[in-house]
Design a protein. Structure first.
Length: 555
């Protein structure tokens, strides 16, 4: 380990170059141009690990760019990233054969002032998350932020009181599978920092380590959804029929059918991209109970539904990927039990790492950017008093739209998880009136029930993974660990038929000589589903060396 005098030291170290972290970096440079700000990102390039639907409520981004980039509206990046403004916003309900547009119900709920009414998207932008991230990264670099891609962080070093962070430790590079140093070995650098912003996205490794080390607590366990998405090039006729300014959200089949099941939380999406591309995806609550279910099964069924098929039949999948979404809402935000701070001392948690997704809107990108901005403001205001920064950040969040939204959606996801979509959706209207209640963790929900709508043909995970362009250096220690293979053999396989082999979207897990193993770690999409869905909490995901993982370009 290096002597502390040898540390590289920066003013602000941001872990994760997603929209929340980059919003922080940009705003910091606007507020304090002389401050040295560094962003470390495990993806090989900006945007490579960023995937979402995505619908962007643009106000926080506009506010940020107005303060940072004069004339940004006219830039080629702005014209490219914000090309698809949503004019047509459909909410559908599917049965196996039929489809009904139920957007009138959302409008009615809005008129009544009910939470559901938030689920409108007109005036938002249908964006590529990877492209948005790349654009924000370029702006940050132009302002003087040091953005280091291909550098994975594995630990946060706190002082003795565990109230302040001193540094962040990066992952070693150049170890072989047995963790022996190879000739190209580079020791993981320790980067000292006056302030640390944790912006790793959903279920960030460093964030979870920090929560544990610093004694932060969630009032309710975090809940997750798994999203699988394909970007499909369709014909001009299909694209024109769908229209370039439209987003569709679909509930019901194939993850929820009233009375006869299945009954899972989530739905399908079709979003217009550019140049005859449509984003088609399926988002499923990770509290699904079917042991043989894989969100890709639902994606296949969704794509085969008559309503969806008309727009994509004969199209070509050009990119694909998977990611989790934090859905636990207000009560799952990690806080300091002593003062409620979303962080501690000089460490702030932003974006999906904090869980700022508003499930009533099914959107969180705007909150991520907003929280990044608030983090920057808090640092600028407390630059000489870093012990107070997390608390100031929390005050700013509490006074912002982020907290308002999170509070309005409290309990929503838990109610639907507890009572199922049929009863839970109507009951969720009362969500804000109910006291906090928690439900079991996602991984505890698995049962011996089968998914009734399992497609006959096995999903082609190899092609899916190839479309994510994922790669890792083969000769490195596996970043996936099964803690106790005995549990697999004696408990899980007999009860649930080794579900990690089924639900991992990249086919990482396989039976090798009668023992389940993460046999193909280099296929991993970094979605972390296995860590949260293994029914015995028996898998640990650690960070592989930087540069690995998917290489999303337009997801
Ligand atoms: Fe089951 Fe988890 Fe073992 Fe896979 S790793 S077989 S999901 S216990
Ligand atoms: Fe996702 Fe785990 Fe599979 Fe990697 S191994 S793709 S993190 S489920």
């Amino acid at each position: 380990m290096q002597n502390s005098k040898d540390y590289k030291k920066v003013g602000v170290l941001i872990v994760g170059a997603g929209p929340a972290g980059l919003a922080s970096a940009i705003k910091l440079k606007v507020e304090m141009p002389q401050l040295d700000v560094c962003v470390v990102e495990k993806g090989a390039d900006l945007g490579n690990h960023n995937l979402s639907g995505a619908v962007l409520e643009a106000e926080p981004l506009h506010t940020l760019l107005d303060s940072a980039v004069p004339g940004w509206h006219d830039s080629d990046d702005a014209k490219d990233v914000l090309a698809s403004k949503v004019e047509k916003d459909d909410v559908m309900f599917f049965t196996k054969k039929l489809s009904f547009n139920i957007f009138f119900a959302i409008k009615f709920a809005r008129w009544l002032g009910l939470g559901f009414g938030q689920m409108t998207h007109k005036g938002d932008y249908s964006v590529s998350m990877s492209k948005l991230t790349k654009w924000m990264g370029r702006i940050a670099k132009d302002l003087g932020v040091e953005v280091l891609t291909g550098f994975a962080a594995e630990d946060i070093i706190l002082d003795k009181s565990a109230r302040m962070a001193r540094a962040v430790k990066l992952v070693h590079q150049g170890l072989d599978k047995e963790a022996n140093k190879q000739p190209n070995f580079i020791e993981g650098e320790i980067i000292g920092a006056d302030f640390v912003v944790l912006a790793e996205g959903c279920d960030g490794l460093l964030t979870e380590k920090f929560i544990e080390k610093a004694g932060l607590e969630r009032q309710a366990p975090q809940m997750y959804s798994v999203g699988v998405k394909e970007l499909i090039k369709v014909s001009v006729e299909q694209y024109d029929k769908f229209t370039s300014e439209r987003v569709v959200h679909a509930m019901g089949y194939p993850i929820w059918t009233p009375f006869i099941g299945p009954g899972m939380f989530g739905g399908g999406i079709i979003y217009a991209g550019q140049q005859e591309h449509l984003s088609v995806g399926m988002i499923v609550g990770a509290d699904w109970k079917y042991f043989d279910f894989n969100p890709q099964d639902a994606l296949v069924n969704f794509k085969n539904h008559k309503f969806v098929k008309q727009f994509i039949d004969g199209g070509t999948v050009v990119e694909a990927g998977a990611k989790m979404i934090p859905e636990g809402g207000y009560y799952a935000i990690p806080r300091d039990p002593q003062n409620g701070a979303i962080g501690k001392g000089n460490v702030l948690i932003v974006g999906d790492s904090a869980g700022f997704v508003n499930m009533l809107k099914i959107k969180g990108l705007h909150n991520g950017i907003d929280s990044g901005i608030q983090a920057a403001r808090a640092i600028a205001e407390t630059i000489k008093k870093p012990k107070e920064t997390a608390l100031r950040y929390t005050e700013l969040i509490d006074g912002s739209n982020v907290a308002q939204e999170m509070w309005s959606a409290r309990n929503f996801r838990q109610i639907v998880g507890k009572f199922g979509p049929l009863q839970g959706m109507p009951l969720s209207v009362l969500g804000a009136l109910l006291p906090k209640f928690t439900i079991e963790r996602d991984y505890e929900a698995m049962t011996s029930l089968r998914y009734r709508l399992k497609p006959k043909q096995e999903f082609d995970k190899d092609s899916f993974t190839a479309m994510a362009a994922t790669q890792h250096r083969e000769e490195q220690p596996s970043h996936l660990t099964i803690l106790d293979s005995n549990i697999c053999q004696t408990k899980c396989t007999p009860s649930f038929d080794t579900p990690c082999i089924t639900f991992c979207p990249a086919g990482v897990y396989e039976m090798v000589h009668d023992e389940v193993k993460p046999a193909n770690p280099s296929n991993c999409l970094h979605c972390k589903t296995c860590q949260r869905k293994c029914p015995f909490d028996n898998i640990r995901w650690t960070v592989p060396e930087g540069d690995g993982g998917p290489r999303y370009k337009r997801m």
